[in-house]
Design a protein around this ligand. Structure first.
Ligand SMILES: Cc1cc2nc3c(=O)[nH]c(=O)nc-3n(C[C@H](O)[C@H](O)[C@H](O)COP(=O)(O)OP(=O)(O)OC[C@H]3O[C@@H](n4cnc5c(N)ncnc54)[C@H](O)[C@@H]3O)c2cc1C
Ligand SMILES: NC(=O)c1ccc[n+]([C@@H]2O[C@H](COP(=O)([O-])OP(=O)(O)OC[C@H]3O[C@@H](n4cnc5c(N)ncnc54)[C@H](O)[C@@H]3O)[C@@H](O)[C@H]2O)c1
Length: 470
């Protein structure tokens, strides 16, 4: 077995792992990435990029059709083959050569193979040909192995060869009938995409609303959007068994049968930590890693768990944020420098809890940051909620009959914004202003001076402040 030493070993070269290694090298340390699939991970090949590429054409067409004058120019339908081709180009045809080039250019070493912890600061990498390399870390090992699709314990489900989000984002054609199990981010986005690309989609959600952690107004708007597009959304539907009859998938549900050509299972994620040797350092395998705010694993001072692997926020941008914070902490600790662990320091991921932004790319979109009203209530924060229609000069110019909602959650003791949700066409681009207001704890009385340009959809900020003032 060959042996090598690095300052930092990163297991998993997804977007999170790449960033941990990059920050370590920028800080003057040596780093190696261990990867057993494609460098770039889920986001680049089977998640964010292909899913958004599948949705973008549909979105653009809807925007054009919502403006009189432009609508008349849209005389054809979406070219599905071209959309799938554009999706393929965004995944570089599932070839990671470009990312490998970036890794080398950044001064990071890469070892292909499966990495497993083997005691303190040691990782054994097994390559596809069975050869092994023992790596020793002088300072830190970062586990950035991500997550995988969770499969619910439904009788027969595994045997019908369901689609995971990987198949849903990489399929070469639209199935005639697609069943979608789960009404969260993936279920709602993929139902939107494939319905528009030609499938007849049935979405089965066991709860009584879609996007169960979103503001209720967002869940309702997405439900209306999906049903308006022709998706058969069945709320409160519990899938009890699955079987194939010939080419057909049949689901037995609490509200009757559902039949389709494929079934996508999108009921959440599970940690990809089952086979990485956690037991060799006294940790439970298969579980999300429990970490402190510097992303260091509780009780193991040289081990970090970053990105999806810790289950804190399953989003690419939050994994990369955690990577920057953890990377800074690793570099500082390696140099014997003090690591400030107070909120908002350069070494902690305070935004995970206080200000995580996300966008659900449905039609309408849902863009949110910070706490929802329900979360503020649960946390016992004194607050007020302002909810108003997103009707301003800018939105009516953006689209005829623009419909949307804006919700602000204000901490009434501190008079600062602690959460915001925007629902409507193209609201994704409104989000960063809200994120800055939440992170900056900008006093409401100062926000009055952040005058939105006229006529833009951002005028909603003024309306929210006016509604708050009463
Ligand atoms: C359909 C879908 C759409 C999504 N869309 C968005 C979106 O629009 N925006 C957003 O912010 N988030 C989105 N997400 C979430 C996002 O994909 C994840 O949060 C993100 O990919 C996590 O990055 P990561 O680097 O932590 O993990 P991953 O991307 O999963 O990377 C982990 C890497 O580790 C490797 N690995 C695992 N175990 C080992 C091992 N033992 N040895 C060597 N290598 C190993 C894997 O091969 C992989 O490359 C989406 C998720 C899905 C499923
Ligand atoms: N645009 C984005 O940023 C984006 C897009 C996709 C995924 N993601 C990330 O990936 C994560 C995983 O997405 P996801 O959609 O798989 O999980 P999710 O947690 O968002 O949603 C899962 C949904 O499945 C439902 N469900 C659970 N068990 C069920 C069952 N047995 N039958 C029917 N419904 C069931 C839940 O009620 C929930 O609504 C998200 O939480 C998000 O962090 C982000």
């Amino acid at each position: 077995m060959s042996e090598q030493s690095y300052d930092v070993i990163v297991i998993g070269a997804g977007s999170t792992g790449e960033n941990v290694a990059d920050i370590a090298v920028r800080g003057g340390l040596t780093a190696v990435l261990v990867e057993n699939e494609l460098v770039g991970g889920e986001c680049s090949y089977w998640a964010c990029m292909p899913s958004k590429a599948l949705l973008r054409g549909t979105e653009v067409l809807a925007e054009a059709r919502a403006v009189d004058g432009a609508r008349q120019a849209v005389t054809g339908e979406q070219d599905v083959a071209a959309t799938l081709g554009r999706r393929d180009s965004f995944t570089s045809n599932w070839d990671d050569a470009g990312q490998v080039e970036w890794v080398h250019g950044a001064g990071i070493d890469l070892i292909r193979g499966t990495g497993r912890l083997s005691g303190e600061r040691t990782v054994v990498v097994t390559a596809v040909d069975g050869s092994e390399t023992r790596l020793t870390a002088r300072h830190a090992v970062a586990v950035c192995t991500g997550s995988t699709a969770a499969i619910p314990p439904v009788e027969g489900l595994a045997d019908v060869q369901p689609w995971s989000p990987r198949e849903a984002t990489s399929a070469k054609e639209a199935p005639a009938r697609l069943l979608v199990l789960g009404g969260g981010y993936v279920g709602c986005e993929m139902a939107t995409a494939w319905q528009a690309l030609g499938s007849r989609v049935t979405l089965l959600q066991h709860g009584d609303r879609l996007l169960d952690n979103a503001e209720p107004a967002a869940s309702e708007a997405v439900l209306r959007g999906l049903r308006g597009a022709g998706v058969d959304v069945r709320l409160g539907s519990r899938v009890e068994a699955a079987r194939r009859e010939g080419d057909e998938v049949v689901l037995s549900c609490s509200d009757g049968e559902a039949r389709g050509d494929e079934v996508l299972v999108a009921v959440g994620r599970a940690a990809r930590t089952g086979d990485i040797g956690l037991e060799t350092v006294g940790l439970e395998s298969g579980a999300y890693l429990e970490v402190d705010d510097t992303l260091r694993v509780e009780g193991v001072p040289w081990l970090y768990g970053v990105g999806d692997a810790n289950g804190r926020r399953l989003l690419t941008h939050m994994g990369k944020y955690q990577a920057r914070q953890a990377g800074a902490a690793i570099v500082a600790r390696a140099k014997g420098e003090e690591v400030d662990t107070t909120d908002w320091s350069p070494f902690v991921a305070t935004a995970d809890d206080a200000a995580t932004p996300s966008v659900v790319f449905t039609m309408p979109q849902v863009a949110s940051v910070g706490r929802t009203a329900a979360e503020a209530e649960k946390a016992g924060v004194a607050h007020r909620v302002v909810q108003i229609p997103l009707k301003v000069a800018g939105s009516s110019l953006f689209a005829d009959d623009y419909e949307g909602t804006a919700i602000a959650v204000v901490d009434t003791d501190r008079e600062v914004l602690i959460g915001a949700t925007f629902v409507g066409p193209a609201v994704a681009e409104l989000l960063q202003a809200a994120t800055i207001a939440v992170v900056g704890e900008v006093p409401i009385r100062r926000l009055w001076h952040a005058v939105p340009a006229y006529p833009t959809v951002n005028e909603i900020w003024l309306r929210l402040l006016e509604a708050y003032r009463g």
